[in-house]
Structures are given as structure tokens and as C-alpha cells.
Ligand binder design. Structure first.
Ligand code: G6P
Ligand code: MG
Length: 222
């Protein structure tokens, strides 16, 4: 058996990836640039400031912003985001997730969060899922965000589990890259177009079935 499952938050545990997109879209609209879902794929898993930089790069007239103005823009995005997540609760947990978490606990498999979000603790609390987690890695705990493996290795190191015994679950290309770089088994939630490097890919979270994940993990490990 694998000894730890490390979950991404936004887009895996709950559909806040949508809310991040809406919030960025609102900010971008205000700056006179439009972003679509295709562009948004590259923002997934990336820190707030790095995401802003990606958006500002879309239009040469936006490079004029000072550091302070950029901080204000990033804060404004977060205000939009916080409005959107204000009312989320346990009904916003994506299908299959709580079942998988329960299965992990039943079998004494460690559970960690590996998120780039500064809002991760709040979101997990609102969903009522904090009790399942042995350790939470959020933006405050890492220096190098995804695709750097630090998010995932920090979780495994804290839990005292070898990387090769960890399974990481991600909806972002940057996240899958981070898991693979950490020498962990990567499970992607999404499409082959964006997540072709995942060791095992499912279309949506309802297909995250413990036995199947472990079967694929064992096939790769032996
Ligand atoms: C996650 C999401 C990103 C988001 C980042 C930072 O990785 O996938 O879309 O930009 O967290 O989130 P924050 O809540 O700190 O702005
Ligand atoms: Mg994600």
C-alpha cells in the first residue's frame, strides 16, 4: 500500500478553481484584457502573484505597474475571490472526495494537503474536512511553488514518509509536474490535453476510486 495521499485543494477537493477563474476574469476585465478558460489552465496551481504576472504579460500596456500597484491588484483579486467562497460549505465537496478520505483514514494512510493557496485553511474549514488532514501545506509553508516539488516534499517530510510511497492528486499541469519531480505517483483530474504527464488520469473526481488508484500505483511501483 501507499503510505500517504497528498491532495491539491482547488479543483480537486472542491470546485474553487472556478472561483479563482471568475475572480481573475473580473480583475482582468477591469484592466481591459480578457482571459478565457484555455488561458486559465496555466494559472492553475500557481501563486497569486505569479498568476497576476501572467495576466499582465498579456498586454504590453500593463507592464507599467509598480510593485505596490501589483500588490493592490492581487489583493483586489482576493477580495473578489473571498466574496465567491463566502458561502461554500460541505455541499461543495466534489464527488468521491470524502469517500476517498474516509478510506485513507480507515487504512491508516496519512493524509496531507498540498495547496498553493493562502486561503487553503479557511476553505478546508468551511468544507468541514479539516479533521481528515494530518498535515496542511499551504502558500505560507513553501518558498518555491508548483511546479517545484517543494509543496509535496514538505508534506511527505513532515509525515516522515518516503516520496515513493506517496500519491499526489492534482488538477493542474504545474501540480502534476511537481508530484512527478518529487518522485511520487501522480493522479491527474482533468483532460489528457493538459495533464498528459500524470501517471494515472481520471476525467473527474467521481472516478477517484481508492482500489483503482492503488492498483495503478502498484503496477508502476513493481
Ligand atoms: C491554487 C489555485 C490557484 C491560485 C493559488 C493561490 O494553487 O490553483 O489558482 O492562484 O492557489 O491562491 P490564493 O488563494 O492564495 O490566491
Ligand atoms: Mg488545483
Amino acid at each position: 500500500y501507499p503510505q500517504a495521499f497528498i491532495y491539491d485543494l482547488d479543483g480537486v477537493i472542491t470546485d474553487t478553481a472556478e472561483f479563482h477563474f471568475f475572480a481573475w476574469k473580473k480583475l482582468a476585465d477591469g484592466l481591459g484584457v480578457s482571459i478565457d478558460r484555455q488561458f486559465n489552465e496555466q494559472l492553475k496551481g500557481i501563486s497569486r502573484m505569479d498568476s497576476l504576472e501572467q495576466i499582465l504579460k498579456l498586454n504590453s500596456s500593463l507592464v507599467r505597474f509598480t510593485k505596490e500597484e501589483k500588490v493592490n491588484l492581487a489583493n483586489q483579486k482576493n477580495v473578489y475571490y473571498l466574496e465567491l467562497i463566502e458561502s461554500i460549505n460541505s455541499t461543495n465537496i466534489l464527488p468521491g472526495i470524502e469517500c476517498l478520505l474516509k478510506k485513507n483514514k480507515e487504512l491508516n494512510i496519512k493524509v496531507a494537503l498540498g495547496s498553493a493557496s493562502k486561503n487553503a485553511v479557511q476553505v478546508l474549514n468551511q468544507l468541514g474536512l479539516t479533521k481528515y488532514f494530518d498535515f496542511i501545506v499551504d502558500a505560507s509553508k513553501v518558498k518555491k511553488g508548483k511546479p517545484n516539488p517543494e509543496t509535496f516534499t514538505t508534506a511527505a517530510d513532515h509525515l516522515g514518509i518516503p516520496y515513493s510511497s506517496c500519491i499526489g492528486i492534482e488538477d493542474a499541469a504545474a501540480g502534476i509536474e511537481a508530484i512527478n519531480e518529487a518522485n511520487m505517483f501522480s493522479v491527474g483530474v482533468g483532460t489528457i490535453e493538459h495533464l498528459s504527464h500524470a501517471d494515472y488520469l481520471v476525467g473527474d473526481t467521481s472516478k477517484l476510486v481508492f482500489e483503482e488508484i492503488v492498483k495503478r500505483y502498484k503496477e508502476k511501483t513493481v
